[in-house]
Design a binder for this molecule. Structure first.
Ligand SMILES: [Zn+2]
Ligand SMILES: [Zn+2]
Length: 331
């Protein structure tokens, strides 16, 4: 089988390897689609801790190729994969806060992930999914992260919502906020193509970050989906008094922003981080499987394994949302 291996910082290699072997409690999955994301870029550049050598790819799904006798999974089952494996036994895991598990490790970060034709996956990480366009399997993991953010926002309908950032998380959050009954959804991003797309997908309006400066303190809920310090700062200024800011984007580690504690107190602002997808993967798989979300417009490029190194080493162009790799496809 072929796999794309990160052998050193900045060095990806397409290698031919023997089929991996699954141990008890594991299955082999033929990867049908694997999304690329900012985390992959950070890993390649050595800006995010990972094991090496490593097969990248944490946003993937496919078909079960092999399962042990007695397994509840059978060859041919279409599955999405929750890449994050937590210990199950620590205080955080027992309290349901599995994203905070100190022993958490992930497929595509610490152990081989989805940028290979075949991957070993623990059965606990598999979620059945209805027969969808295989490319849509790449959206289950990012959607699960967005669902977590929506849960934390506790929308009950009729809210005004700002979504800051027009990438995949922003575009999915626009669709989820629409379904949750938000009465106004404003997408804030520099790129015109992403603003237009968001308006097609359910945003009531959109604006540039400069224009959003005029909207301070007007939104019930702000979802920060860009992960830059300036967008976090702007998100905090957009929430109305008594409003909530949900931080979904992952900003660079170590960077800080000035915050007025006075404003936080007297405006009763709630600023809530939302990390990973601890309890929402099954719902994300059902939602993708149901076909109610508009995912095709989010696929900017479909790649083979041979295209990935070039795609990860160059900056994505302005309007691009998501690159999806089909590992079994030859160039
Ligand atoms: Zn990702
Ligand atoms: Zn744990």
């Amino acid at each position: 089988m072929r796999a794309l291996q990160l052998t050193d910082v900045g060095h990806l290699e397409l290698v031919e390897r023997p089929l991996p072997e699954a141990a008890s409690g594991e299955v082999l999955v033929d990867v049908l689609a694997c999304g690329l994301c900012g985390t992959d870029r950070h890993i390649v550049r050595g800006e995010y801790p990972s094991r090496m050598p490593l097969v990248l790819g944490h946003e993937f799904g496919g078909r079960v190729r092999w399962s042990a006798p007695g397994s509840s999974w059978a060859p041919g089952d279409l599955v999405s994969v929750d890449p994050n494996i937590s210990c199950g036994g620590c205080a955080d895991c027992r309290a349901g806060r599995v994203a905070l598990c100190p022993d958490r490790h992930a497929l595509g970060v610490d152990i081989d992930g989805g940028l290979g034709e075949v991957v070993v996956v623990p059965e606990t990480q598999l979620y059945a999914i209805a027969d969808v366009d295989p490319l849509h399997l790449a959206f289950v993991e990012p959607l699960a992260c967005c669902l977590r953010g929506l849960d934390l926002a506790e929308l009950s309908g009729g809210e005004s919502v700002a979504v800051v950032g027009g990438g995949v998380m922003g575009q999915l959050t626009v669709q989820l906020a629409t379904r949750a009954g938000a009465s106004r959804i404003t997408l804030v991003t520099r790129q015109a193509a992403k603003r237009e797309l968001a308006e097609r997908l359910g945003a009531t309006d959109s604006c540039t970050p400069g224009e959003a400066d005029g909207l301070s303190r007007t939104f019930d809920v702000v979802f920060e989906c860009a992960g830059a310090t300036e967008t976090v700062t702007q998100s905090m200024s957009l929430a109305r008094r008594g409003g909530s800011v949900i931080l979904l984007g992952i900003p660079p580690e170590g960077q800080t922003i000035p915050v007025s504690p006075f404003t936080l107190v007297v405006d009763e602002l709630r600023v809530q981080g939302s990390f990973l997808n601890p309890v929402t993967q099954a719902r994300a798989a059902d939602l993708v499987g149901s076909g109610v979300l508009d995912l095709d417009p989010l696929i900017s490029r479909v790649l083979t394994l041979s295209d990935v190194e070039q795609a990860l080493s160059t900056a994505p162009s302005g309007g691009d949302i998501k690159y999806v790799v089909r590992p079994a496809e030859m160039e």
